[in-house]
Design a protein around this ligand. Structure first.
Ligand SMILES: [Zn+2]
Length: 83
């Protein structure tokens, strides 16, 4: 048998199927958990001003553009949340 060759039999195929099934279940649970948490985040912006630069926001979001959203995310008041 060449080095590195793996012998596959019915048992190892079952094991791989089970591993794939478990991995998929974990992924599905993770996605569901993230979606539930995301649904609870309040994304409203009653002031209509950018959270970072305080310019008027011309959309439904909290920031006037992606740069402000990224910079706000890096400000110290968010470091605890992101660590
Ligand atoms: Zn802004």
């Amino acid at each position: 048998m060449p080095d590195g060759e793996v012998i596959m039999n019915d048992r190892s195929a079952d094991f791989l199927d089970e591993a794939a099934r478990i991995e998929q279940a974990i992924t599905d649970k993770s996605i569901a958990f993230i979606r539930e948490n995301a649904a609870r985040i309040d994304t409203s912006n009653p002031s209509g001003l950018c959270y970072y630069c305080e310019e008027p926001v011309h959309n439904e979001g909290r920031f006037c553009d992606a740069d402000c959203a990224r910079d706000w995310d890096r400000t110290p008041h968010n470091l605890r949340r992101n660590s």
